[in-house]
Design a protein around this ligand. Structure first.
Ligand SMILES: *Cc1c(COP(=O)(O)O)cnc(C)c1O
Length: 381
């Protein structure tokens, strides 16, 4: 007899809140149930009294939150008899699609922007046996091609325009509410296609609403009869705050951006697929969008790595970079509980990490004297 039930992934864990039936074959790699870590050093360093948590989504099986959506999307694709899935990707969606397709025994096609994908993500897609199609264009162009080709070929799109993706991703909000006992005051996320910020809002709303008892008159996801609205906690929902990279910030420009550019390749997206939904999330939650420079993003990534021991990829650090700025200005007031989602693991993008690393790397002779000297020289840091 096991001492405790084996954790078998988020669909099994939230079966009654997800669109699956008892007969559905679940395609899972044990995703979800990621740590909600309280930052212990950074609030003191910035001299602000905030309860600052990070939701470490980089600890999902393929190293990003995309696994939450992919377990649902691939489960439903297989249930519908699909033999192949396809996505456009800045990297993490392709890694997740490739892995879950392998698990399911179906084919994955992934379209990625030529030369603009982090090394770890490319390695994953290739290793899991996906057909990798590099296009001489960016994510937005890839997304359009995927939509067009899916009209002709028997493939299921597993980008976040697939509604099952958001259903899986909403479970991150459930986990946060369960562990904090209520929703946080603010939830900060990096925004690319804006699927994840939308999914979180669905999750928070479902945990706050009871069927027939709408939390707000304007709840876009509940007509008062949502079958998943079971009202677990009080009616509190967080303000949702979305941060974009300054060179790739359509939500700040108020319209699509044709040549997005940022070191944070996972959010190098100029034509967000969940554009309208994300504006509704902002309105309903009383949150906002803002942008971060690449320098601020990289500085937050480094701060987190050096001061908290947490390694995330550049795009993920946009949530913390933005939150730290809003905490510093008081837009997020002291006394608040803030959750920042760290969307992907730092190992995804080793090149950017090594390029910006200032940690001393010294090469010395293999002698006791040389090593002793290297230690003494670097002791005072
Ligand atoms: C996909 C992704 C994002 C953006 O999420 P959206 O749902 O497209 O807004 C942010 N960070 C990482 C690491 C990602 O993989």
């Amino acid at each position: 007899m096991p001492f405790r039930p084996r954790y078998t992934g988020l669909i099994e864990n939230y079966r009654d809140r997800l669109p699956v039936s008892d007969d559905t074959r679940l395609i899972s790699l044990g995703e979800g149930n990621t740590p909600l870590l309280k930052l212990e050093n950074i609030p003191g360093l910035i001299g602000k009294n905030v309860d600052l948590y990070i939701k470490y989504e980089g600890l999902n099986p393929t190293g990003s939150f995309k696994d939450r959506g992919m377990t649902m999307a691939v489960t439903k694709a297989v249930e519908a008899g699909s033999k192949a899935i396809i996505c456009a990707s800045t990297g993490n969606t392709s890694a997740a699609a490739a892995a879950y397709a392998a698990r399911a025994g179906i084919t994955a096609f992934v379209l990625i922007p030529d030369g603009k994908i982090a090394l770890g993500k490319l390695a994953q897609a290739m290793m899991h046996g996906a057909t990798v199609i590099q296009i001489k264009g960016n994510f937005d162009e890839g997304m359009q091609l995927v939509k067009d080709v899916a009209k002709e070929a028997p493939v299921t799109i597993v980008n976040s325009i697939n509604p099952y993706r958001l259903q899986g991703q909403k479970t991150a909000a459930f986990e946060i509410v369960e562990e904090l006992g209520e929703a946080p005051d603010y939830h900060c996320l990096p925004v690319g296609n804006a699927g994840n910020i939308t999914a979180h809002w669905i999750g928070y709303s479902e945990y706050a609403c009871k069927a027939g008892d709408k939390v707000t008159e304007s709840c876009a996801y509940c007509d008062g009869d949502c079958k998943f609205a079971k009202g677990v906690v009080g009616s509190k929902r967080p303000k949702m705050v979305g941060y974009q990279a300054a060179g790739s910030a359509p939500f700040m420009r108020g319209g699509m951006v044709d040549d997005p550019e940022t070191v944070a390749t996972a959010i190098r997206i100029g034509h967000p697929q969940s554009w309208e939904k994300a504006w509704i999330v902002k309105e309903e939650s009383g949150g906002w969008f803002d942008e971060c420079t690449d320098d601020a993003i990289l500085a937050a990534q480094k701060l987190l790595a050096e001061k908290e021991g947490i390694f995330c990829e550049p795009a993920s650090a946009a949530s913390l970079a933005g939150a730290l700025n809003d905490i510093a200005t008081g837009k997020i007031p002291e006394g608040s509980t803030v959750v920042c989602t760290l969307t992907g693991h730092g190992l995804k993008d080793p090149d950017v990490a090594i390029q910006q690393s200032t940690a001393p790397m010294v090469t010395v002779d293999a002698t006791l004297g040389a090593v002793r000297e290297a230690i003494l020289n670097n002791m005072a840091k």
